[in-house]
Design a protein around this ligand. Structure first.
Ligand code: AMP
Ligand code: ZN
Length: 468
């Protein structure tokens, strides 16, 4: 299995630190709003990496944080006149609902920054002791130039960075020793949440959170650290500096970064109005379509989102789901007969396509090519399987498509949607049961409908219903 490593700018063979086990950390969202479709990209992409590794028999310890203290969260809380913690709690819950609808598996652990302050105080103190950090007026800074390998991930040169920062220095208000130094701890301002520390009542900087949570749940050294490409600099560069200075060991072996999602070929931005939350998309599409759309491109390429491309993704996914439904139907009627010679060669071709899928995934998770292998199996199925096929060939082809889709987190088991006419007749049956005082049956029907997302309301005019 090969992974493109941002650190070495090369595809490298993946060798985990401990045989059969993977320690993986993915930077999670800052929870001040519903997540947008850009945030969904790393979630889907790295969930797929995890699923593929699990399919290969690796045990993946997958940690992904929620940044639940931050300027944007505090701003939102002030606007609403509530505590920052309440804003974060609300949007963590909403984010988890979106993740479930995208079929993103819950992480082994989802740490919250605010629950890990103790570890942050410890790491900051340790960095001060080792001379990698210093305090000025209640703020603690990391002494960037002391970490000799600074810039190794983003391939930036310290002096170029310094000249880019010169404008900051001439403002005169900078109390840092060096313009490259970054904040580990900052004192609170009026109305901000704060924790006690040896330096000031305040809160941690963003970068130290991930270094600490990764260390606590995965250890000093991990296999993979991942996130969107905007995090390479400064976030991940700073995480490396903090972790390697504190622990004296290489932090992560492989650094993976997803490309950005753009809308109509423009950068997604709230102010420009070209901005969608995952919830916006859910109004129009099953979120499986969004997942399928994201996986249709290589994770490192920029991906353009448009109505046309979503329609194309919907059609592609439908083609696969329809093929699986057709195979299920065939299975009910197929006969237990010997495989014919043609069926044997068909199964060989399907097996080759399964290998093609694995080869694509082994090549830095090329999901676009992996999906095209699934389409080829669908094509084989549509053109060669029919009422005369043996049960064995139908079962094998069906299982092949289902298991490859499952590796990508695509659900093929489609819950049949109730037709309006079915709902109406169940309501009629319920009314009749009530008339006959069979309340048990009437309640059972209400419950059955609710399970399928149909909500009944008894009004004076009669029963009305809506889809949840
Ligand atoms: P944030 O809440 O901004 O820290 O973002 C959470 C995750 O989403 C990070 O891994 C970001 O890199 C990623 N991300 C944010 N916007 C986009 C985008 N437009 N396309 C792809 N990834 C994004
Ligand atoms: Zn992070």
């Amino acid at each position: 299995m090969k992974i493109y490593n941002t650190l070495t700018k090369k595809k490298e063979e993946f060798i985990p630190l401990e045989e059969g086990k993977v320690r993986m950390y993915v930077c999670g969202p800052t929870v001040y709003n519903l997540i947008h479709i850009g945030n969904a990209r790393p979630m889907i992409v790295f969930d797929t990496v995890r699923r593929y590794m699990e399919h290969k028999g690796l045990e993946v310890n997958f940690v992904s944080n929620f940044t639940d203290v931050d300027d944007k969260i505090i701003k939102r809380a002030n606007e609403e006149g509530i505590e920052a913690g309440e804003v974060a709690k609300r949007y963590i819950e909403e984010c988890k609902k979106d993740m479930a609808a995208l079929n993103v598996k819950p992480a082994t652990k989802h740490p919250l920054a605010t629950e890990e302050i103790g570890g942050m105080l410890e790491m900051i103190s340790h960095l001060i002791e080792k001379g990698y950090a210093y305090e000025k007026n209640g703020t603690v800074y990391f002494r960037t130039r002391k970490f000799k390998e600074y810039g190794k991930l983003s391939h930036k040169n310290l002096d170029d960075l310094q000249s880019g920062n010169r404008s900051l220095l001439v403002t005169g208000s900078d109390e840092k020793e060096d313009s490259l130094d970054f904040v580990l701890w900052k004192p609170k301002k009026e109305g901000e949440p704060a924790w006690e520390s040896p330096w000031s009542d305040g809160r941690p900087g963003w970068h130290i959170e991930c270094s600490v949570m990764s260390k606590k749940y995965l250890g000093d050294q991990i296999d993979i650290h991942a996130g969107g490409e905007d995090l390479v600099f400064p976030h991940h560069e700073n995480e490396i500096a903090q972790s390697e200075a504190a622990n004296g060991k290489e932090f992560a072996r492989y650094w993976m970064h997803n490309g950005f999602l753009n809308i109509d070929n423009k950068k997604m931005s709230k102010s420009a109005g070209n901005f969608f939350t995952v919830r916006d998309i859910a109004e129009k599409y099953d979120l499986q379509v969004l997942r399928f759309f994201m996986l249709s491109a290589h994770y490192r390429s920029p991906l353009n989102f448009s109505a046309d491309l979503m329609e194309a993704a919907k059609n592609g996914l439908d083609r696969i789901l329809t093929a699986v439904s057709k195979l299920k139907l065939l299975l009910e009627n197929s006969k237990e007969i010997e495989l014919t010679e043609e069926e044997k060669t068909l199964l060989e071709r399907v097996h080759k396509l399964e290998e093609k899928f694995d080869n694509a995934m082994d090549d830095d998770f090329n999901t676009a090519d992996a999906i095209s292998a699934i389409f080829e199996i669908v094509k084989e199925s549509n053109s060669h399987l029919n009422e005369n096929s043996s049960k064995e060939v139908v079962t094998k082809v069906k299982e092949s498509i289902e298991s490859l889709c499952d590796i990508l987190g695509i659900i093929t088991e489609k819950e049949e949607e109730l037709l309006d006419s079915d709902i109406e007749s169940l309501i009629e049956e319920r009314q009749l049961a009530r008339k006959n005082k069979d309340f048990k049956r009437a309640d059972a029907i209400r419950e059955e409908l609710l399970q399928k997302g149909i909500i009944l309301e008894d009004t004076r005019q009669g029963v009305t219903w809506k889809r949840a």
